[in-house]
Design a protein around this ligand. Sequence first.
Ligand code: GA4
Length: 321
Amino acid sequence: MVLAAPKAMKSEGIIPSEVPVVDFSGERAEVAKVIVKACEEYGFFKVINHGISNEVIAKTEEAGFGFFGKPMLEKKMAAPAYGCKNIGVNGDMGEVEYLLLSATTDSIAHISKTISTDPLNLRKRLSAYTEAVKELACEILEVMAEELGVPDTRVFSRLIRDGESDSVLRLNHYPPIINRDKDKSSQITKVGFGEHSDPQILTILRSNDVGGLQISLPDGVWIPVTPDPSAFYVNVGDVLQVMTNGRFVSVRHRAMTNSHKCRMSVAYFGAPPLHQTIVAPSVMVTPQSPSLFRPFTWAEYKKATYSLRLGDTRLQLFRNC
Ligand code: GA4
């Protein structure tokens, strides 16, 4: 399947591209339409003119490269937040090293103390970044709810704004794979982070100017996403697929390594509190589209997620018969 360029024009909040692009400074009603269409067709879109300052972004990128550039022994002192090649707890591996932490003030303070000689400064940078992407996620979720005709437009964003939200922040570093072949010109690409969907509500991702992210279309075709460090990439997670009663798709994606350059991405995964029951708002359930999933708590879903492999589809465990 070939991706058709979106037909709408810039004034309508969209710019032709290989993946849907949302100009967040555009008119709200048009932005909402483009977002909902993108979530139905791809579960993925790019946001430009998002309003997050370059300084906040650049300082987090600098902090990330600063950390990943340290000697392995020092990085390992940040374990279990730091991991290298091992993904999850069931044997998944990838050409990646990462920092994975709870998106809370306490966790950010703790990791800052562990990895930096200037912890207050690092804490300030990571907190500012986390707050900014969380706010972007909430605004997007509120626009979506409006367009979907959900009367309580904070029904999705409230879960992320909740003080007990289980959201996480992840910094991924994909070092280049050195080509040891005689034919140095050939490119070597390996799987950095294997195919999966994100379990949470919404993911807000940004990377440096190095490609590697690919998204899967429903027919199994992989689309490489052109890197744009000035933009954020947004994807629907499993919980939002459930809360829209299957109208939005939780996109499967993966990250490949590059032969020459380091890729670094920062992902914010907006999640509900552990005790939260996940259920679609009543407008999403009609006689024509009956409820696809049984109610479950985020704790139950998270437990199922961690009992399975990275690429497994977990949502079918929660489907109504
Ligand atoms: C994928 C999305 C997030 O990075 C993550 C990942 C988590 C982990 O690395 O600990 C998981 C993976 C992710 C889904 C399946 C399980 C859990 C690794 C894994 C094999 C932090 C998340 O929430 O789910």
